[in-house]
Write a protein that binds this ligand. Structure first.
Ligand SMILES: [Zn+2]
Length: 244
């Protein structure tokens, strides 16, 4: 279900029944000669599309902090510094909270191999989510809301899923330790794209540039990619709380 295609009555019903609403977070980054710039966004949007009407998918955010670590300007990479993303991300999360959503999620694939420590794009969206929640609560409940007597069962509430800091959560596409190769334009990402968006892949160009990180990509298959998609889907169904 795509947010941009929903009329107000459907949006109101989704808020009332707590349907998960998901922001795909992507970057535009050079991925060798055989893959498109939008790999890290497309693997998220195409996987979320498999969840059908069990989630609402927001129009994706495509312009994260790709960095020029892989390739410089002119390669197709569009790098936006994380500091300029923070106000936009916080404003978007604030708008979703103001609209009434309380089951908001972000899903990102780019640079998520060490998600605990984080990288600029995911850390920015994670900070934006926290800022948006703190500011929303303070506006609605007033300063000192957490310290008031009404909150004395805060930890019990949090344990019972009533924790407002769960209103917005950010996840990597793949769970930690997934049995699937995490790489950049190598066998893993190439396989995912062969499974999810084969029209964007040109295997004739797989060794263009002679990069170390694309070595082995020619062994990628759609079957392997589908295995990765199933791992991501099981992970997302779990964290988003949606039925298979
Ligand atoms: Zn990638």
């Amino acid at each position: 279900m795509h947010y941009d295609r929903m009329r107000p009555a459907r949006i109101a019903a989704a808020i009332a029944d707590g349907t998960p609403i998901v922001l795909p977070i992507g970057v535009m980054e050079y991925h060798g000669g055989h893959l498109p710039a939008g790999v890290d966004m497309l693997v998220v949007t195409e996987t979320l599309a498999r969840l059908g009407d069990t989630v609402i998918t927001l129009p994706p955010f495509a312009y994260g902090a790709a960095s020029h670590a892989v390739a410089g300007p002119g390669s197709g990479t569009l790098h936006l510094d994380a500091t300029v993303l923070l106000p936009m991300a916080e404003a978007l999360f604030a708008a979703l909270l103001t609209t009434g959503f309380r089951n908001i999620h972000g899903v990102i694939h780019h640079q998520t191999e060490n998600f605990v420590q984080g990288m600029p794009t995911d850390l920015t969206f994670r900070l934006a989510a926290r800022n948006a929640i703190f500011r929303h609560l303070e506006r609605e409940r007033g300063p000192g809301w957490w310290g008031s007597a009404a909150m004395q069962d805060y930890y019990a509430q949090a344990a019972a899923q009533g924790d407002p800091f769960n209103w917005i959560r950010i996840y990597p596409l793949f769970p930690k330790g997934a049995d699937f190769p995490f790489d950049h334009a190598g066998i893993g990402e190439t396989a995912l794209m062969l499974a999810l968006a084969p029209d964007t892949v040109d295997m004739a160009c797989v060794q263009d540039g002679d990069h170390w990180y694309t070595q082995g990509a020619e062994q990628a298959t759609a079957v392997l990619g589908e295995k990765g998609v199933q791992i991501a889907l099981a992970h997302l169904r779990g964290v988003l709380g949606c039925a298979p």
